[in-house]
Design a protein around this ligand. Structure first.
Ligand code: SF4
Ligand code: SF4
Length: 136
């Protein structure tokens, strides 16, 4: 995967507002209990855990979040959503982070043609989440 860089033309405050608008989430509702990260199936591979992404956003550290591969690893399984005691939809936050980067022509997902035998075995959710990383 390629490293995703934040556009230098845009302010962090502007990007934060856009993340909130696109996700429909109040980023400041998170109180850092860590339940999302404890249940995330991609935590083992993440360079930033879901609760860490939420904290960085709360501090306005959008550049660090956009440099992370974690939103691209997220498979939109919604485990974090079901576990959050504050009702924060972290999956939507992850999707908003990806969407902004895709709109700027930056994306870490590469289109490829997987062998048919792999496609036959891949869970439907994984296929859907992969395509969501390529569309706005
Ligand atoms: S939706 Fe994404 S961030 Fe949330 S638990 Fe699933 S893989 Fe992790
Ligand atoms: S589960 Fe919810 S409140 Fe807890 S750290 Fe994750 S987003 Fe924040």
């Amino acid at each position: 995967m390629t490293t995703v860089k934040l556009s230098s033309r845009r302010l962090s405050s502007e990007l934060l507002r856009e993340i909130e608008e696109l996700s429909g989430q109040n980023l400041y509702a998170c109180y850092q209990c860590g339940k999302c990260s404890a249940g995330c199936p991609l935590a083992f591979a993440a360079d930033l855990l879901p609760h860490q992404i939420m904290r960085l956003l709360q501090f306005g550290m959008v550049k660090e979040v956009f440099a992370s591969q974690s939103p691209w690893l997220c498979v939109a399984c919604m485990t974090c959503v079901t576990r959050c005691p504050k009702g924060v939809d972290v999956a939507k936050v992850m999707e908003a982070i990806r969407t902004i980067q895709l709109r700027e022509g930056r994306g870490a997902t590469q289109v490829f043609s997987p062998p048919a035998e792999i496609v036959a075995e891949v869970p439907q959710l994984a296929t859907v989440s992969a395509f969501r990383k390529m569309s706005l």
